[in-house]
Structure formats: C-alpha cells, structure tokens
Design a protein around this ligand. Sequence first.
Ligand code: NAD
Length: 244
Amino acid sequence: MDFTGKTVVVTGSARGIGQAIAERFATRGANVVISDLTEEDVNKTASEISGNAVGIKANVTSASDIEQLFEKTTEKFGRVDVVVNNAGITRDTLTIRMDEKDWDMVLDINLKGAFLVTKSAARIMMKQRYGRIVNISSVVGLTGNAGQSNYAASKAGLIGLTRSVAKELASRGVTVNAVAPGFIETEMTKTLPEAARQHFLERAVIKRVGNPDDIASAVLFLASDEASYITGQVLSVDGGLSIA
Ligand code: NAD
C-alpha cells in the first residue's frame, strides 16, 4: 500500500495507537499531521516520525481548533486525503456511581470530537471528490462492558456516525469506516488492574494482547485504494474477543 503524496490527519496521535497509525502512514510515503492536546507533544512526536510529519495542536472538542487544524493542513500540504478519528479517553465506573461530568467528557471527546473533525474534513474531501475517513471505535461499542457505559455508548455512537456519513458521502468518492480494537497495550490500558487484562485474555480467541501496530494495519487497509469498494463497515481487530 502506497500513500505517496497523500495527506493524512490523525487526531490524538502524540502517543499510543494514533502515533503507530501516523508512523505507518509516514513510512508508506504520506504527509502526516500529528494532532493532540499540547504543542510540545505534537512537535515531539512529529520530530520522531520517520517521514514527512508536522505537529498541529488541536483539542477535538473545540470547533475553532478543528477548523484551524484543517486550514493549517491544507495551507501546508494542499489537500486532505485521509482522516483518522482516534482521539479518545475513558472515565470508567459503574453507571449508578457515574458523575454527569464524566459522562459528558467521554461523549464530548470520543463522539462529538469525531463529528466536528468529520464535518470539517468532509467539506474538503467533497470538493476533492476523494477521501477516506476511519473512526477508531472499540469492541465494547459492539458488546457493551460493565463499568464503561459512557465509553461504550460513545464507541457505539461512532458506529452510527460511520454508517450515516458513509451514506452521505459515497457519491463524492469518500468512504467512511470504523476499526473496533480489542485490548491493545497502550497508556490507556496500562492503568487497568491485572485482573481486567487476564479477563480479556481468557475471552479472546487469540491468546495475546494486541499492539498499536495491529490497529495501524487495519486502518491503512481501509484508507488504501484496495479498499475503495468498502464503506460503512466496522472491522474488528480484537483477537476474536467479539466472537467469543
Ligand atoms: P492513549 O490514551 O494512549 O492515547 C489517546 C490520545 O488521545 C492521547 O495522546 C491524548 O492526549 C489524546 N486526546 C485525549 N483527549 C483529546 C482531545 N480532547 N483532543 C485531542 N486529543 C486528545 O490511548 P490509545 O489506547 O492509544 O487509544 C487511541 C484510541 O483507540 C482511542 O479512541 C481509544 O478509545 C481507542 N481504543 C483503544 C483500545 C485499547 O485497548 N488501548 C481499545 C479500543 C479502542
């Protein structure tokens, strides 16, 4: 898969899965935009990418940040071919104990953030008559998970967003798909107790935890020309967790 001359924006890409996705696109020739919450983090990660990368600070919950993100990207690279909605957080607890602010924060970043990014990117992609949008959902968006009702709702919401926007943009040459990762080793899962990790491992069909590169492989495929007849789909990359 060759992305030479293509421009790729990945939200929340200063570390973890987003960073691995950005790195992989860069090694395949893409111009990559590293976007995350702080100037320092985006510049550091962009400087470590082995390819053509720039850092642009943007909080996905801010409509003006996102407008600027795409203005700066088109100023620098002239177009936007691929957008990966990857920024996401967890605030886990049982629903009866969940503060309203933790519900709002998770929905704002994980779901509304993807809406704002999609809205800005879609305008550019429609004019180009070409684009690929890949949303990072989660296995728990398909199955639900006790202690993660806010997160699971946001990730299930992303699937509804994916399918709806796929229908809106297909005639303009834009595909919209989602990847649903299982348990992936990153900062996000580091904080989970060992029992949670063991629980996932017991249920998964493939007996190892996933790594960010497993997710990058799926994202690159869905963003490639080889996937031009695929839209509105959810690709599970979870070691079989969702079929167990
Ligand atoms: P991570 O915490 O390592 O990285 C998330 C990144 O998003 C961080 O760099 C963070 O600064 C950034 N971010 C947070 N809020 C933001 C905001 N408002 N605007 C811009 N950036 C923001 O987590 P990760 O494991 O790499 O997760 C990446 C994505 O994959 C998330 O959407 C997550 O829900 C999803 N996911 C992860 C797993 C897993 O097991 N790690 C499983 C399924 C889905």
